[in-house]
Design a protein around this ligand. Structure first.
Ligand SMILES: NC(=O)c1ccc[n+]([C@@H]2O[C@H](COP(=O)([O-])OP(=O)(O)OC[C@H]3O[C@@H](n4cnc5c(N)ncnc54)[C@H](OP(=O)(O)O)[C@@H]3O)[C@@H](O)[C@H]2O)c1
Length: 335
């Protein structure tokens, strides 16, 4: 029996996650059965949802982690052993067995990635679940149309930076973002084509937003929840749409607004649509074709903050939850 280095859940986090809630250990790698792959992971994705999966209650859409057990999540790597004709040795595959250096997985759970279309990092970012989440939230969920005014919260992160750029490429009238910190705001304005950005750590989001969208918002792509959701709701146009992607502020310690703010959905006849990206797999080919062409033409910027080595994955996740990443957060596990 071989073993691999992996990240384990040491204890369930308190209100704020800290890196020491995780530990580095070893797990067994089983012998390959029929239609299985041994993959050497090269990059793994850091995602806010990993924090939610450390809580005891089962979520509706995914499984939670056991104390002492390994974490998992999106990763990309190279097939080193294979019992599947569909995935010869040397194939680059994306799969769900991240948070470990090597993984044994069923071939049916792997997807081959064409590195001539995009580099490995992008298959976890713009061409991966991150970009797909932004695409689905904007188009089938948000019903985006050219000429609209769009607000994206958490705009300096992985999904937000994609959602804002997709809206710009697809002909938004105005793309407004919120992000924490001057560097993120400058990147969104100078490189990503946002028209305006609110640095919510310095500025009063609620008082700045009306001046940036005097006619109101057609579409609000919300990653953050909490007070940013409440302020966005207060600035919607009549019959506007809010695509609810996530609520990363729930993982912090800040005070949250009361549900009394929801009266604005009545007064403004706003539609709020929550979504889970996995319900839109039928759009994957269209999404990949569009994003590959936007990357190739240079219209789309796919930037990542990369943490080096599995030992830095726990502190990388702590950093992600504190907003240190510009664009997608990844951990490099091997060359
Ligand atoms: N619905 C789906 O199917 C689906 C799929 C994937 C992801 N998601 C959700 O999408 C959201 C974004 O994910 P991501 O991968 O883009 O994560 P990310 O890269 O960490 O981006 C999230 C951004 O939120 C900001 N943020 C963190 N805490 C905040 C707080 N308390 N108040 C305001 N902003 C805060 C962070 O930076 P700053 O604070 O510096 O701005 C960060 O840039 C998450 O809520 C995630 O759960 C949903």
């Amino acid at each position: 029996m071989k073993q691999t280095t992996a990240v384990l859940l040491a204890r369930r986090p308190g209100r704020s996650f800290v890196a020491s809630d995780l530990s580095i250990g070893t797990i067994d790698l089983p012998e390959l059965q029929a239609e299985q792959l041994l993959v050497r992971n090269q990059y793994m994705s850091l995602d806010p949802s990993t924090r939610g999966r450390m809580d005891p209650g089962e979520k509706q859409y995914t499984t939670n982690f056991d104390i002492g057990g390994p974490l998992d999540g999106s990763a990309i790597g190279v097939v080193e052993q294979s019992t599947s004709a569909a995935f010869p040795v040397g194939t680059t595959v994306r799969h769900r067995m991240g948070w470990r250096e090597y993984a044994v997985l069923d071939a049916a759970t792997a997807t081959a990635c064409d590195l001539t279309k995009a580099p490995a990092q992008s298959w976890l970012a713009s061409m991966g679940q991150t970009g797909f989440t932004a695409y689905c939230g904007l188009l089938p969920v948000g019903g985006f149309a050219a000429g609209q005014t769009v607000l994206v919260t958490g705009a300096g992160g992985a999904v937000g930076s994609m959602a804002g750029q997709f809206a710009r490429i697809l002909g938004a009238e105005r793309v407004i973002g919120s992000a924490g910190g001057a560097e993120k705001c400058a990147w969104l304005l100078d490189d990503c084509g946002f028209d305006a950005v609110i640095n919510y750590r310095d500025a009063d989001f609620g008082s700045e937003l009306p001046a940036l969208a005097p006619q109101g918002l057609d579409l609000f792509f919300d990653n953050v929840g909490g007070w940013q959701l409440a302020h966005g709701l207060n600035n919607m146009k009549i019959h506007g749409t809010i695509a609810m992607c996530g609520a990363v502020s729930n993982f912090g310690t800040q005070e949250q607004p009361s549900t009394a703010v929801l009266i604005e959905t009545v007064l403004r006849r706003v539609t709020i649509k929550g979504f889970i990206v996995r319900d839109f797999e039928h759009l994957r080919p269209e999404f990949e074709a569009n994003v590959a062409s936007w990357l190739a033409s240079g219209q789309l910027i796919d930037r990542a903050t990369v943490f080096e080595g599995i030992a830095n994955a726990p502190s990388g996740l702590e950093g992600l939850l504190n907003g240190v990443n510009l664009g997608k957060a990844l951990v490099r596990l091997s060359d």
